[in-house]
Each structure stands twice: as C-alpha cells, then as structure tokens.
Design a protein. Structure first.
Length: 648
C-alpha cells in the first residue's frame, strides 16, 4: 500500500504539476484500483496522503469560519505604465538597486493551505483577510495540492485556485446537456465549485492551483527562492515569471504576456510586480490594506458599445448620491450587463454624457460595470442629463461641496442612508448577521420595526413574524443570528458602524491598541494617527464621529442591548518583556518547533518577521543558521540562542 501511494502520488505530480507523465492513463488506473481494493480490505492502514482521498464521498453540512494565523492582504492596482513608474520611484527612494519579480495574476480564488508536520490540516478561502471559510475537504479534491509534504515541516502557503479553460468548457457543456444554467466565466465556476457541499462534484470538476507565497515565516531570502522552495515541496508553481532590474524590463514582460494570454490554458487578468528581496519587503511594510512592496498591473478591460436609456440616482450609506446608467444589454467579460455606474456628476460633465448617447462600457477592475466614454458621431440628442437638486429618498436639498466630486444628502435621518447603513452593519465583514440582507432590512425599516442599528437588537421573534414570508422557523433562525452577533469582537462592530475611511483592517488595528470601543471613543486625533499604518485622515474621521452627541447616545444604547464592546483577539500589555521589538527566528530549534517559538515571542509583545533588516531588534539563532545570521552579524544586531528563549 505504501509503495502504491508513493507511486501514484509521483505519477499524479508528473501529470498535474509538471505536465510530463511517465505512465499511461490505463497503467495509473490499474494501480489506483489495486490500491482501492487493498484499502477496502485494510481500512486501518489507509495513508494520509493516499490519492483515494481525492475522490468524493462526503456531503458537508456547511463551512465553518477559519481565523487566519497570518493575515492575507489584497494588492494595490495599477492600470497604466505611469502608475507602475510612480510605484518604482517610491521604492527606489529607500532601495535604489531594487530588483522586481514579475508573476502572472491568476484569475481565480485566493486560498491558504496550512501544514503541520508536513500534513495538510486546513485549507481556507481568503475571506476578509483575517477570517475565511474552512474548505479543507474540497481542497483535498484538487489534485495538484499535496496532502503530505516531502518533509515534516510546519508551513502556511498562499495561492490561487482556478478552473482551467478545458475544465470550464467541459463543465459548461455538461450543464447545458442537463438543462442547467452555464457558468459565466472560469473564475465564477471555480468559486462556485469550492463552495459545493458535495465533495464528489468538486473532484469531478478538475480545479487546479498555483502557489506563490510562503505566508508563515520563511528561511528564504527572496521571492524567487520562495517559488523554488514551493516547487521542491511538490506545489504547483507558475513558471512564467521573470526577475527585472528596471521598469523597462517589467513593461516589456507585461506587453509580452498581454499578447500571449489568450493562448494560455487558464485565465489571467494582469501581472503582479513584487520587490524580490524579502528583507526589503519587511522594511517597506504594509498599509492598512496592502503591502507597500507589491503592485498588480491590470490588463485593459474588454469594452463594448451600448445605448444609454435612462439614469437612476441612488443614495448610499454616507449620503453620496450616485448615478447609474440603464443600458441596452451587452455581453461583457462573460456576463450580461444592462446597468453601469456613471460615478458622479463631475464625471458626467467631464465626459459630456447626454441623453440617449451611445457609450463605451467596461468592467472596472474586471468587476464593476462602468461607462468609459461617449462614442463620437453617434449622438442622437443634445439634451443634457438632468441632475437632481433634491434627495431621491428624503427630498432634502442636495449639496455639491467644493472639495468633492459627488452630490451629497446631509440629512442624518435620510431613510436611504439608514437602510444602507443597516445593510452594511449586518454584512459578512461587519456583524455577520446571517439572514439580515437588503430585502429583510427594507421590510423591517418600512414597517418601522427598526430605525437604527441598536434597534436590530430590540427585535423579538413576534416582530419578525410580522414580516412577509416569515414563518416560526425562519423568524427563530434570524433572531438567534442577531443574538449570536452580540458576542462578536468589537472590531466587527466598529467596522459595522460605517465610519468614513475606517475599514475592516483599520478597525482591527484600532481595537488591538485601544482594547474596547469606549476607550477608543476617548482617543485624541494624535493618538490615533500615531498608530502603524493609520494617519490623520482616519484619525480626523474617527474622532469627529465619536465627538457627535448622537454617537454617544448610540454607544449607550448598544451597551443597554448587551453588545460586546471589547476586543476579543490577542492582547499584549505595553510593558510585556519584548513589547515593540522585531524578532527573526533562523536555523533549527532543537526543543521548540517554529510555530511554538513564534507564538511565545508574540505573547511577550514581539513582532516576529521572516527577514533580517535594519529594523530587526534581535535574532534567535538555532543550529545551522545561515545567511540571516550572517546578515544580523554584519548589521550588529543582538543575537540570542534557544536557551535564552526558553529561559524567557
């Protein structure tokens, strides 16, 4: 059985990862069925990395939330060479001799894989970067993901799971034959497949992966070395990458890939440009949302002509009134588009968009349909689009501030703003109240059962039974979801309040520091702006919000209904032994494993990073420490051993 498992895994790696099979399909099938027969006879001897785990057989009840040990950031986007050159100028201010690694941006779904002692123990979606969904059983059915690594290491890696074009065509052909709706594009198909509760369906759809990042602290010095390490450990790594010393070389690679991308067997939507040196990455650090050392160049979006039929004006939760164009339907990037954003009144004026114009439509960031420009020579009317003077929701006079491009309703009791605020509050990344979506919020508000976010928690089951189509089971289910959300950590509540410029990552940073919402409400602008990755814009917005009398009343109401206002994540006191220090682990530890050492250091207030730089406070060196130890010695950084760590 061991021999068969090793042989079959080797053959599968050759077939799915290196595209160089050494045996025929019939020989593989013969050996596979021999193993299957043995496993049925001796189930107690089934190996953790047996290829039979790749087939279906489990119907899942649902997906649990997964708390990422290492946060997964998004990337800042660039849409022109000028934006890439501006990025390059910023980097070269600190590192004049920087080298970039350019990778293909796979159009798939971000995943994170966790290995303990070399065995795959968890696989999760990106989610909001901090919390994703545990889809381990489905990812085990992706044939190029190793179930067991060559060595018994603890490792967390990140990559993209995607559906190859050949698989996409086959899946859609089968769906068509079965009278089912077809998937719009391979990305949607991959996302839908990974959320299947029947693992047999996942196994049949032949998803694939490209891994590109070691998220856990690495012993490598550069991104290209990380890719080689991942490949050596059996992961599928995209070989289409280059090292570039200048923006000219980067742009040459982008143009080459753009010309070739339609011939690739998978979809890509751009090229990711990363600082190759990991120590440089460490020094450059992160903003609230994205690494400062990477940027994603997005290829120009597909464009189509459509006729403008009318314009709708809608009010968002911050009072901004947004124009949306109703269009003749067009096929765009795999979906039918009949509505597209016109952004704001200044954009309409700048592009001189008029009634009945023929316009060019595209998907901004490959996601949001937007009007790009008017098609010259096809104008049918000189009539301008009528700009509203009064709020379409509450009738208040709209304001067009000098420093803004948008119209704004400043009535704090505007129904549309309150509804949008309630929808945001209940959303997945905020309080995550399952079942409290836009349609239910609309009904609750229209029937005057809820007027603000605190009112959600005063709802009874009898209140919910008043809603159309609500029976006892659905009412009890929503009531339970509302009550459960009271126990969320306070950063979810802070994000849910919808304070301008304060996103989910900023909420996390703020609550980690101030510990609870009441303490945060007393903070000064200077105290907030001083936090890492935050600045005066967020500080101004936050302190202005908490200075309002209405906010103070809302906080009291939230306390009265029993909502948790405290941060429930890891807390480290300011006077902890290693508070504020940046520590690097290198070499082999004899008595502690790497994850135990990291957890202990963090509990003592240290920030554990993977690369040695001028910012590093001390290095803990085990046996066979290599280049990191050498660099630490060159920089005069304090070096300690494992005994020191144990004594601490």
């Amino acid at each position: 059985m061991l021999e068969l498992v090793n042989l079959l895994n080797q053959y599968a790696h050759e077939y799915y990862t290196t595209d160089n099979p050494s045996v025929s399909d019939s020989e593989y099938d013969r050996l596979y069925h021999e193993l299957l027969d043995l496993e049925q006879q001796y189930p107690e001897l089934v190996q953790a990395d047996s290829p039979t785990h790749r087939v279906g057989g489990k119907v899942l009840e649902g997906f649990e939330k997964y708390q990422h040990q290492y946060p997964l950031y998004s990337l800042q986007d660039a849409f022109s060479r000028e934006e890439l050159e501006a990025f390059d100028v910023r980097i070269r201010k600190d590192f004049p001799k920087v080298s970039y690694l350019c990778e293909l941006k796979i159009d798939g779904l971000s995943i994170s894989l966790m290995y303990e002692n070399g065995i795959l123990v968890a696989g999760a979606t990106r989610g909001d970067g901090s919390v994703g969904e545990n889809i381990t059983e489905n990812l085990k059915r992706v044939k190029d993901i190793p179930l067991v690594l060559p060595t018994a290491v603890n490792l967390t890696v990140r990559g993209e799971c995607y559906m190859p074009r050949s698989s996409f065509d086959r899946v859609n052909r089968l769906r068509q034959e079965n009278g089912e709706s077809e998937f719009a594009n391979p990305r949607n198909a991959a996302a839908g497949t990974l959320r299947q509760l029947d693992t047999a369906i996942v196994a049949k759809r032949n998803l694939a992966t490209f891994l590109y990042q070691e998220v856990s602290p690495t012993d490598m010095a550069s991104q290209d070395a990380v890719l080689k390490k991942l490949s050596k450990n059996g992961f599928s790594v995209n070989e289409q990458y280059i090292l570039a010393d200048s923006m000219d070389e980067v742009w040459e690679f982008i143009e080459k890939i753009n010309q070739e991308r339609k011939q690739l067997p998978y979809d890509i939507d751009g090229v990711v440009v990363k600082v190759n040196d990991l120590a440089m990455q460490e020094e450059l650090g992160f903003t609230v949302k994205a690494p400062k050392w990477a940027i994603a160049y997005k290829f120009p979006a597909e464009e189509k002509e459509a006729q403008l039929l009318s314009v709708d004006w809608t009010v968002g939760r911050t009072g901004v009134v947004t124009p949306t164009a109703n269009l003749t339907p067009v096929q765009l990037a795999g979906t039918t588009v009949s509505r597209a954003t016109l952004h704001n009144v200044d954009y309409i004026a700048e592009k001189d968009i008029r009634k009945d114009d023929t316009v060019i439509v595209y998907k901004a960031g490959d996601i949001i349909p937007a009007v790009l420009r008017v098609v010259e020579g096809k104008r049918q009317s000189e009539d301008k689009i009528e700009i509203p003077k009064y709020c379409p929701s509450c009738g208040s006079e709209l304001i067009h501030f000098e420093d803004e491009v948008a119209l704004r309703c400043i009535n704090p009791r505007c129904p549309a703003q309150i509804k949008e605020g309630l929808i945001h509050f209940a959303s997945r990344d905020a309080m995550n109240i399952a079942g409290l979506g836009p349609a239910v919020v609309e009904k609750l508000f229209d029937q005057q059962l809820v007027k603000d976010v605190a009112g959600i928690y005063r709802l009874t089951v009898n209140d919910l039974l008043q809603l159309e189509n609500f029976k006892e089971k659905s009412a009890n289910k929503l009531y339970t979801a509302i009550q459960t959300s009271k126990e969320n950590s306070a950063e979810k509540l802070l994000f849910g309040l919808g304070i301008r410029h304060v996103g989910s990552k900023a909420s996390q940073i703020l609550l980690e520091h101030f510990h609870d919402l009441e303490q945060l409400a007393k903070a000064t602008r200077e105290e907030v702006a001083a936090l890492d990755s935050l600045g005066m814009v967020i500080a101004e917005s936050l302190t202005s919000y908490f200075a309002q009398e209405g906010t103070q009343i809302l906080l009291e109401e939230l306390k009265e209904v029993g909502i948790n206002l405290a941060y429930l994540g890891k807390k480290v006191s300011a006077d902890a032994a290693l508070s504020g220090l940046i520590v690097v682990l290198t070499g082999k530890l004899e008595r502690l494993n790497r994850s135990e050492a990291k957890a202990k250091l963090e509990s003592l207030g240290a920030k554990v990073t993977s690369s040695v730089s001028k910012k590093t406070s001390l290095v803990v060196a085990g046996a066979d420490a290599g280049s990191k130890l050498t660099k630490a010695q060159e920089l005069g950084i304090d070096i300690r051993d494992e005994s020191w760590l144990e004594n601490l």
